[in-house]
Write a protein that binds this ligand. Structure first.
Ligand SMILES: [Zn+2]
Length: 262
């Protein structure tokens, strides 16, 4: 029911573990219609998520054996990803840093304004200007975080309104939704049909936001990750796989989470 960032932290059905020597990893199993793919295939996504595609006819023991045979290869890839993410440094919240918004980068500018009671945050000509008195990194971070949430509320609502117009099952009503900071999911859809969206998603390109919204809206009719569910994604956003892969590849950067979360 979720748009997972790293599926190995999410106890969704279709999650399995593999042991190799003294190491282990988890993978997400996707059943594909038999006519589409004849063999069991193992992928390591750029965010470290391991996905196994198997035809519906394949038995679990057959799948497990196939993953076991690829375990060394998977672990090698996971090590490379960890190495790469070691260089994602947490922001310092000072002037000159890069701030991401809707897939673009803006320069953060912290402006001391002793006469200004309330800290303001505005996007002006390629700069995100935080202005106020006694600004320190913690206050700047708070102001930018608040600005991100306001932008996210506005953008997510507008994209949802546009999307429900195009989907036959949502009529013209935007389902109830709220924001929640999450480290392992971009969004989720609860059984009562309300959506939870990760405000960090506002840093990603609009297309990636649309993918997450569509993913959750498709769960209103297909409450699982069945071939029917993926059929809906294919129909309404044919390039969703590449959009998802790119989004997941940037997860560390967008979430600024410590690397031990991987
Ligand atoms: Zn889902």
């Amino acid at each position: 029911m979720t748009t997972s960032i790293a599926a190995n932290q999410d106890k969704a059905p279709g999650e399995y573990g593999v042991r190799y020597g003294d190491r282990e990893f988890r993978y997400h199993l996707c059943h594909l219609p038999s006519q589409k793919k004849a063999s069991i295939r193992v992928h390591v996504h750029p965010n470290g998520q391991v996905q196994v595609d198997a035809p519906e006819s394949a038995g679990l023991s057959e799948i497990k054996a196939a993953v076991q045979r690829r375990a060394r290869w998977v672990l090698k890839h996971l090590d490379e990803i960890e190495e790469r993410n070691r260089y994602v440094r947490p922001p310092q919240w000072i002037s000159g840093e890069s701030i991401r918004y809707l897939g673009r980068r803006y320069v953060l500018k912290v402006i001391e304004a002793p006469e200004q009671r309330k800290t303001s945050c505005k996007l002006i000509r390629g700069q995100l200007r935080v202005q106020g008195r006694n600004l320190n990194p913690a206050r700047t971070q708070k102001a930018v975080g608040q600005w991100y949430r306001e932008r996210a509320l506005d953008v997510f609502q507008r994209r949802l309104e546009q999307m429900v117009d195009t989907l036959p099952w949502t009529t013209d009503r935007v389902p109830a939704w709220r924001m929640q900071e999450m480290q392992t999911q971009w969004g989720s859809c609860s059984p009562d049909g309300s959506l939870i969206l990760n405000p960090h998603l506002i840093k990603a390109p609009t297309r990636a936001i649309d993918y997450v919204l569509l993913h959750e809206l498709c769960h209103l009719v297909e409450h699982n990750h069945s071939p029917k569910f993926y059929g809906l994604l294919d129909r309404y956003l044919p390039e969703w796989r590449s959009v998802k892969e790119k989004l997941d590849g940037e997860a560390e950067l967008l979430l600024q989470r410590p690397k031990d979360h991987l």
